[in-house]
Design a binder for this molecule. Structure first.
Ligand code: ADP
Length: 454
């Protein structure tokens, strides 16, 4: 399949005139691509070495507000620069944009050129390095769920997002007829991503009107997060090109199911699946049981990384396929953790807590940290839960609000030891700010309920 481009490939394409634009991007706290569009000649001659951006890019909210309370940057420190260092192994075409390639950057301190610890790519790289220290690599796959709408982003924004009509009229789970009608968006999405070196497996209709799922083949953790980020970006751009809108908001309608991003995880030693033990129960190696025990024990600590906004928590509802309990189950979609590929070399755990709004770098890093802790401490995995896990009274609950998840994050010794106090303090502040901003809002629901009757 097509892959990334080498710097020499890119230079040749620029010389022959087929590429004229290079998007030089970092990944922000929300998991979005932020950066600059370079003339390709400038990138080849100079900017491939490094470029700069305002350091507020890793300290804003979704609306680019500049909250106080971050140690890393502030108005007081004058919002200086970061170095954006292109990772030249990530150059890839963006075939849905004419003459354009992109490259992802690592974010470095302007003065020391050290990695900025709360850069999402740096956060994940740190846990990958810890895992490598134990002799393993992590293979991950993140599913992308989202909704498509009839009208465009611009139309919907002008109308205050009031007339949200999904692109299809009925539940389209696995439905071929309905998804045929959506091929104007979904076919270019699959084909352009594939041509960009992203190993698309398939797309399918999901369990609501207008809901889609995109599956990408599992890859090493950093590549998986890169793929997810670029694919999410492509969904929005290609929908926009077709005069449609796509949302990754986990819950946009209280009466419909939400969108998630399940994360499949396995550890490997070279080509050998380290989670597999032919003779063991379910084919799960001791290593896998320890890793899973860590994932389960520390789920409340890292839920804020899987569900980073107030809206993320509206998804966790009984009977919706979104989990509410930190237990595991064998091929059962009501538990927070599902064993997949039982008894095969593909044996893996799927974490079902993440919302479609998660930042995949932070989410994967936090889960690796939990799994590593499970391995290091030799944690024991409890027996699997059976049946409808929603009714499992004894099981630990996933934090049900951002406020609660912020406090478990703040107090997590495991994550502080694994990621550093600076990183945890930074993202705790981000979560606090989200909650504070929401607390200031007066919602439609409050008006409708109380305007006359209160
Ligand atoms: P389901 O539809 O039941 O969730 P799939 O068979 O479609 O499961 O697989 C879901 C995801 O799991 C795919 O993206 C696939 O690439 C990924 N996957 C398969 N094997 C592994 C593995 N060993 N480790 C991590 N992810 C894997």
């Amino acid at each position: 399949m097509p892959g990334t481009l080498s710097f020499d490939d890119l230079s040749a394409r620029v010389l022959e005139g087929s590429i004229d634009t290079v998007l030089v991007c970092l990944v922000d706290m929300q998991g979005r691509l932020m950066g600059k569009r370079f003339h390709a000649a400038n990138f080849i001659e100079h900017s491939h070495a490094e470029t700069h951006c305002c350091n507020y890019l890793l300290a804003t909210d979704l609306e680019m507000a500049t909250p106080d309370g971050y140690a890393a940057t502030s108005w007081q420190s004058g919002y200086g620069d970061y170095v954006m260092k292109p990772d030249l192994s990530t150059i890839r075409p963006m075939p849905w944009l004419e003459g354009t390639v992109m490259v992802l950057c690592d974010v470095l301190d302007h003065h020391t050129h050290e990695a900025v610890p709360h850069d999402p790519r740096a956060v994940l790289k740190k846990q990958i390095a810890r895992l490598e220290g134990l002799g393993f690599t992590a293979m991950m796959a993140t599913e992308l769920e989202f909704f498509l709408f009839e009208r465009s982003f611009d139309d919907l924004r002008r109308d205050g997002y009031r007339d949200l009509v999904p692109i299809s009229g009925y539940n389209e789970d696995y439905n071929i007829l309905q998804t045929t009608k959506e091929e104007a968006v979904m076919r270019p999405l699959r084909n352009h991503l594939y041509a960009a070196g992203i190993p698309v497996e398939n797309t399918k209709g999901e369990a609501e009107a207008g809901q889609e799922e995109l599956n990408i083949r599992y890859a090493e953790a950093l590549a998986c997060a890169d793929h997810h980020t670029i694919a999410k970006h492509a969904v929005k751009e290609i929908a926009w090109q077709q005069g449609r809108a796509a949302t990754f908001l986990p819950k946009w309608d209280p009466a419909r199911v939400g969108s998630s991003s399940h994360v499949h995880q396995s550890l490997w030693q070279g080509d050998a699946p380290a989670f597999y033990d032919k003779g063991a129960d379910h084919g799960m190696s001791d290593l896998m049981t320890r890793y899973m025990a860590g994932l389960i024990a520390y789920a409340p600590d890292y839920t804020a990384f899987l569900a980073p906004y107030v809206n993320s928590y509206k998804r966790f509802l009984k009977g919706t396929f979104a989990p509410t309990k930190t237990v595991w189950s064998v091929d059962n979609r009501t538990a927070g953790f599902r064993l997949c590929g039982e008894g095969t070399k593909g044996v893996r755990v799927e974490c079902r807590i993440g919302g479609s709004d998660m930042n995949p770098y932070l989410a994967q890093a936090a889960m690796l940290a939990a799994g590593i802790k499970g391995i290091e401490d030799g944690l024991e995995l409890a027996a699997p839960t059976r049946g409808d896990v929603y009714d499992e009274a004894a099981a630990t609950e996933i934090p049900r609000t951002l406020r609660a998840a912020t406090e478990t994050l703040r107090g997590s010794k495991m994550l502080r030891d694994a990621m550093g106090d600076d990183v945890i303090d930074h993202y705790t502040r981000a979560a606090e700010w989200e909650q504070d901003e929401f607390d200031k809002a007066v919602t439609d629901w409050e008006i409708a309920r109380g305007f006359e009757r209160a």
